[in-house]
Write a new protein. Structure first.
Lengths: 443, 492
C-alpha cells in the first residue's frame, strides 16, 4: 500500500526532455538487469481477414476460390503470399506463417473473446483475462510509471478486460494514436494541481485513519499510479510528435487514404483511416520504453469483415497493413528489439474459400496467423490447408495451442494456474491437456 | 396481504439473529451510523445515486424519530427504485455479445424498471423464463437471446440456475460435480426444459419473429445436439424432484411454475441471499450464486427466516428490502473504531462498497447536472452508456472490490467530467452573494459528500482557499479534491 500519494512536482518533470526511458535507460546506465524481458505486440485484424487473400494464397484453386489476387515470391524461396504484401514479402526471413489455424467460433464477438482469452464465452461465472492482461500480470512491473498493457485504436472492449487479474492489469486505451494519450495532463496549472493533490492526500490520510478500507487503499494506489504516469518522462512514449518525420512517414500515411468502399462502413467515427501505421509506431515506442504488451487494432470491428466488396477492401487494407507492419518489423530490427519482441498478426477467423456476391463470409475451420520476431525461427510455414483453403491437412492449431505458443515464446509458463477470488477451482492460463506441437517448430 | 407481518417486525427478528450470533462469538457490534452516513448509503443502495443537496439538508434537519423509516418508504415508492434495480439486472441478464446491445439494453431496462416497481419476484422470474415473441413486443425475451440467436440450452440452464436458484450447476454439465451433490443428470434434466426453443435456420429470425417454441423439439432432436460439451440425453426433470410427465405442457412454463411455487427449496433463498449481498456487500452465503450444501450459510437461521417471510409476503422484493434496511444491522456504521474483522464477518458493522459505474455517473449528474462532453471518448452509444462501458467492469460483480486502475483515474482526474465546467456552476451556486466561507464549505460538502465538514476539515479548507488566487478558484479546487476522495468513490 502506498503510504502517501506521489508528490513529485508536475512542474519539474513536465519540462524534462530526455527521451531515454524504461529498459533502454537502465541499459544505458549499466544497470545489471539481466536479459531483456520479452514484449509482445498484437496486431489485431478486426473482422477476420481472408487467409486466401493474404497469407495462404491458392493459385491452384478454381477462380471463384482463388479470387482476384495473385501470389508473389518472398525472401524465402518457396513461400508465397498475396501480392498486396510486397514489403512484408521481403521480411519473410523473420516470420512464421501459421496456416493451420482451426478454431471453433465463427461469430465475431465469440471468436474475438475466444482468441483473446483462450476460453469460450458462455456467460459463466469466471471473468477470463485478455492475453494482454495475462502478459502484464506475468511479465509486467508494478513499480513503474507506465501501464503494462496498452491498447491502441478502437479495440474489442469486451475482449480486453483484465478479468479476475484486477485493476493493475487493466489496459490503458489510446483511441487515436495521432492524438496520443487522453487525459494525461491536469486541466489545472501544474502548481495548482500539486496543491490539490497535497490536499487530497490529507483527506485520504484521514479516511484511512477512520475506515481502514481496502477499497480506499486501492483507490489511493490507483490515483498514485495515475499521477506517476502524468509526471513520468516515459509518457513521451505516447507522443508521436517526438518521432522524426522520416520515421513517421515510414509507418504510413497520416491522412485519410482511399479505402472507403461503396456503400460500406469502413472507418467508424473517431477512427482515422491510416492511423493503424501510426499505432504501430506508438507500439514500438511503448515496447522500447518497457511496456510488455501492446495491442494495435486495425479495422474498428468492421474492417476485414468483407462480406461485400471483398477484393477492393482487402486490397486497400492489405496495402495499409503491409506498410505499417513492415515498418514495424524493420524498425524493431534496426533498434535491436526484434529478437525480444514478438509481433503477432491475427484476426478472429478467416473467410470462406468460396466468394459469393463479391464477398467472403466467416470461416474458422482453416485460416492463418503470422508471428514475427521474439526469437522464433523465421522463414517458415507451419501447417497446411487443402487446395481450396477449406480444411487444415497438416498441424492444426487450436486457440489454446496458439495462446500457449505465444506464452512459451514470451517465457510464460502457460500451465500455471491462477486462483480467482470467488471461484473454488484453479484456472490455468491456457487450458490444454494436449502437447502443443507447433512450438517445437517455432523455437 | 394482511397475513404478512410488518417489515419492522422482521427487521427486529434479523437483529435478534445477528446480535445473538455476535454475542456467541464474543464480538460487540459497531454503533449505528449517523444520519448522514445512513442517508448517503440508502440513496446509493435504493436509487443508485447520492442525494441532492436539498434532499440531504431536509433529511438532516428532520427531527422526527421515525425519519429513517419514512425515508425508506419514500425511496421504495419512487419509480427510481425500480430503475436502479433494472440497471443492475439488465447488466447481469443481457448478453454482452450483441451488435445492438445498446438498443436491447434500453428496451430491457425500461421493461425491468416497470417490473421491479410493480411486480413481485415470482412474476418477474416467470415472465423472463416463459417469454416468447420479438423483443419490441415482449422485452422479456432479451433474457433468452444472445447476438442473433437464442441463447444455447446449456447457457440458459447455467444462467437460470445461478440467478434464480442460487446454484452453480454448470460444473455438472460435463461431469458429476466434485464437491456438491449435482450429477450430470441434474444439469441436463434442467436443460431439457429449454429444449423447445427453436434454433432458427436463418440467423435473423430472432429479429424478425423472435423466440418461438416448438413442442416437438426435445434434447434428443435439438439441432446441434451433439455439440454442447458433456451432452447427455435426459427428460425434463425438476432439480431434486420428479421428471416432467411427457408432453403435458410447455417446458419453460412448467419450469417456471415449479420454480416459483412457495415450497420450492431454492427460489426464495436465492433472492434473499442476493438482496442481502447487494445491501451488505456480502451474502449470507458466498459466492452469492453458489448456495450449495457444500457451501453453508454463515447464518442459517437468518436465511431460513428471511426466506420464509419473503414467501409469506408473496415474493415481494420491496417488503424484503424494507425489512433489511430497517434493521440495526443495515444501519450500523462502517467505521471500525477498533472493531475486529470478526465484527465485519458477522455483520456487526457495515462493509464499504464501491460505487458502480452507473452510481458514479448518476451521482455526477446529481452534483453537476449532465456531465460535460469530453473529447477523446467515443460516445456513439450515448454518454451514459459510454461512461458505464469505460468505468464498469463487466467482469466483476463483487460489490466491495475496487477495480479501477490507471486509465480510470486519469479520466476521473483530468477529463473534466468530474469537475470542469460543472464545478463552475456548482461553485457559483454555493457562493451566492454574502455567504460566509463556513456556509460555502457546508454547502459544498453536503452536495458532494452528503455530510457536513468536521471542524478540522473546515479550518483546513478555509486556510486552503485563502492561499488560492481567488475564492472562486479556491472553492473550485476544493470541489475537485472532494470528487477525487475515496469517500466519494465508495459507499461507506
Amino acid at each position: 500500500m502506498q503510504p502517501k500519494l506521489n508528490r513529485r512536482s508536475f512542474l519539474a518533470s513536465a519540462v524534462a526532455g530526455a527521451s531515454l526511458s524504461g529498459w533502454l535507460a537502465r541499459l544505458a546506465a549499466g544497470a545489471p538487469d539481466g536479459p531483456r524481458p520479452k514484449s509482445c505486440i498484437l496486431l489485431w485484424m478486426a473482422g477476420g481477414p481472408s487467409h486466401i487473400d493474404t497469407f495462404d494464397p491458392k493459385p491452384e484453386a478454381p477462380a471463384d476460390i482463388r479470387g482476384e489476387f495473385s501470389a508473389i515470391e518472398t525472401s524465402i524461396s518457396g513461400i508465397r503470399i498475396s501480392e498486396h504484401f510486397p514489403r512484408f514479402a521481403k521480411l519473410m526471413q523473420h516470420a512464421a506463417i501459421l496456416r493451420g489455424m482451426s478454431t471453433l467460433e465463427s461469430d465475431h464477438k465469440l471468436a474475438t473473446y475466444n482468441l483473446h482469452t483462450g476460453y469460450r464465452n458462455r456467460g459463466g461465472v469466471v471473468a477470463y483475462p485478455s492475453l494482454g492482461a495475462i502478459v502484464a500480470n506475468e511479465l509486467g512491473k508494478h513499480d513503474v510509471a507506465l501501464p503494462n498493457f496498452v491498447t491502441i485504436g478502437h479495440g474489442p472492449t469486451e475482449a480486453l478486460s483484465a478479468g479476475f487479474l484486477g485493476p493493475d492489469n487493466q489496459p490503458l486505451a489510446v483511441n487515436d494514436p495521432i492524438r496520443g494519450l487522453d487525459f494525461d495532463a491536469p486541466t489545472a496549472a501544474p502548481k495548482q494541481f500539486d496543491r490539490q493533490i497535497a490536499l487530497l492526500d490529507e483527506f485520504e490520510d484521514s479516511f484511512r485513519d477512520i475506515y481502514h478500507s481496502a477499497a480506499g487503499e486501492a483507490h489511493r494506489s490507483s490515483i498514485d499510479r495515475a499521477v506517476r504516469l502524468m509526471n513520468a518522462q516515459q509518457k513521451q512514449a505516447f507522443d508521436l510528435s517526438r518521432e522524426p518525420q522520416n520515421i513517421r512517414d515510414m509507418y504510413g500515411p497520416r491522412s485519410r487514404v482511399a479505402v472507403r468502399p461503396i456503400g460500406g462502413k469502413m472507418a467508424g467515427a473517431g477512427e482515422r483511416a491510416g492511423s493503424f501505421g501510426q499505432g504501430c509506431l506508438m507500439a514500438r515506442r511503448l515496447v522500447e520504453a518497457g511496456v510488455p504488451f501492446v495491442e494495435v487494432t486495425m479495422g474498428d470491428g468492421v474492417g476485414w469483415d468483407t462480406h461485400r466488396d471483398n477484393f477492393p477492401r482487402t486490397r486497400a487494407l492489405s496495402l495499409e497493413c503491409d506498410i505499417a507492419m513492415s515498418a514495424l518489423v524493420t524498425d524493431l530490427k534496426e533498434r535491436g528489439l526484434l529478437d525480444t519482441t514478438l509481433v503477432v498478426w491475427t484476426g478472429e477467423f478467416g473467410r470462406t474459400p468460396q466468394c459469393t456476391g463479391g464477398g467472403r463470409n466467416h470461416w474458422s475451420r482453416a485460416w492463418s496467423s503470422v508471428m514475427i520476431g521474439g526469437g522464433i525461427k523465421g522463414g517458415q510455414i507451419v501447417g497446411r490447408t487443402d487446395r481450396d483453403g477449406a480444411e487444415v491437412v497438416d498441424r492444426p492449431i487450436s486457440v489454446p495451442d496458439f495462446l500457449a505458443t505465444i506464452c512459451t515464446i514470451l517465457g510464460i509458463d502457460y500451465k500455471r494456474k491462477n486462483h480467482p477470488p470467488g471461484i473454488n477451482r484453479p484456472i490455468p492460463i491456457v487450458d490444454t491437456s494436449k502437447p502443443v506441437n507447433v512450438m517445437t517448430q517455432l523455437l | 396481504m394482511a397475513a404478512v407481518p410488518d417489515a419492522s417486525e422482521t427487521a427486529g427478528l434479523i437483529d435478534q439473529q445477528i446480535e445473538a450470533r455476535l454475542a456467541k462469538e464474543n464480538v460487540s457490534p459497531a454503533e449505528l451510523a449517523d444520519d448522514a452516513e445512513f442517508l448517503r448509503r440508502v440513496y446509493l443502495d435504493l436509487h443508485g445515486v447520492v442525494p441532492t443537496h436539498e434532499q440531504a439538508r431536509r433529511f438532516l434537519a428532520d427531527s422526527r424519530q421515525d425519519k429513517r423509516a419514512r425515508l425508506v418508504e419514500e425511496l421504495v415508492a419512487s419509480p427510481r427504485y425500480g430503475e436502479h434495480l433494472a440497471d443492475i439486472w439488465q447488466h447481469e441478464l443481457i448478453s454482452p455479445l450483441a451488435d445492438d446491445r445498446q438498443k436491447r439494453s434500453d428496451i430491457f431496462r425500461k421493461f425491468l424498471a416497470d417490473e421491479f416497481n410493480n411486480k413481485t419476484w415470482d412474476q418477474i422470474a416467470s415472465r423472463l423464463l416463459t417469454a416468447s415473441g420479438r423483443m419490441e413486443q415482449n422485452p422479456a425475451v432479451i433474457y433468452l437471446i444472445e447476438g442473433r440467436l437464442p441463447r444455447s440450452v446449456p447457457d440458459l440452464t447455467d444462467l437460470t440456475s445461478r440467478y434464480f436458484l442460487g446454484l452453480r450447476l454448470s460444473c455438472a454439465q460435463c461431469h458429476d460435480h466434485p464437491f456438491a451433490n449435482w450429477k450430470q443428470q441434474d444439469f441436463w434434466g434442467m436443460a431439457a426444459f429449454f429444449a423447445q426453443i427453436q434454433t432458427p435456420k436463418r440467423a435473423k429470425q430472432v429479429y424478425e419473429k423472435g423466440v418461438i417454441d416448438d413442442r416437438n423439439i426435445t434434447l434428443a432432436t435439438l439441432r446441434d445436439a451433439a455439440k454442447p460439451d458433456g451432452f447427455m440425453l435426459c427428460s425434463p426433470k425438476f432439480l431434486g424432484g420428479p421428471e416432467l410427465s411427457e408432453g403435458r405442457t410447455n417446458g419453460r412454463a412448467a419450469l417456471a411454475s415449479w420454480m416459483t411455487a412457495p415450497d420450492n427449496p431454492y427460489f426464495a433463498r436465492a433472492a434473499v441471499n442476493r438482496a442481502w449481498w447487494r445491501l451488505f456487500g456480502r451474502g449470507i452465503v458466498n459466492p452469492v450464486d453458489d448456495m450449495d450444501e457444500a457451501n453453508p450459510p454463515t447464518h442459517p437461521q437468518l436465511l431460513d427466516l428471511l426466506a420464509q417471510r419473503f414467501i409469506e409476503s408473496g415474493f415481494d422484493l420491496k417488503y424484503l428490502t424494507r425489512a433489511i434496511i430497517l434493521s440495526r444491522a443495515y444501519q450500523r456504521t462502517s467505521r471500525p473504531d477498533g472493531g475486529s474483522d470478526a465484527q465485519m464477518a458477522h455483520f456487526g458493522r457495515m462493509s464499504i462498497k464501491v460505487l458502480s459505474a452507473g452510481q458514479l455517473y448518476d451521482s455526477l449528474e446529481t452534483i453537476f447536472g449532465p456531465p460535460a462532453k469530453v473529447s477523446g471518448i467515443d460516445a456513439r452509444a450515448g454518454a451514459r452508456a459510454e461512461f458505464i462501458q469505460f468505468f464498469g467492469d463487466t467482469a466483476d460483480i463483487d460489490p466491495i472490490a475496487y477495480r479501477r486502475g490507471i486509465p480510470h483515474l486519469l479520466r476521473q482526474m483530468n477529463s473534466g467530467q468530474f469537475g470542469g465546467k460543472g464545478t463552475d456552476a456548482l461553485v457559483s451556486r454555493v457562493m451566492t452573494s454574502g455567504s460566509s466561507p463556513d456556509a460555502i464549505a457546508s454547502e459544498l460538502f453536503l452536495t458532494i459528500l452528503s455530510r457536513q465538514p468536521t471542524p478540522e476539515e473546515l479550518d483546513r479548507i478555509k486556510a486552503y482557499v485563502k492561499h488560492c488566487d481567488s475564492p472562486q478558484s479556491g472553492w473550485r479546487e476544493v470541489a475537485w479534491v472532494l470528487m477525487m476522495t475515496s469517500e466519494f468513490s465508495l459507499n461507506h
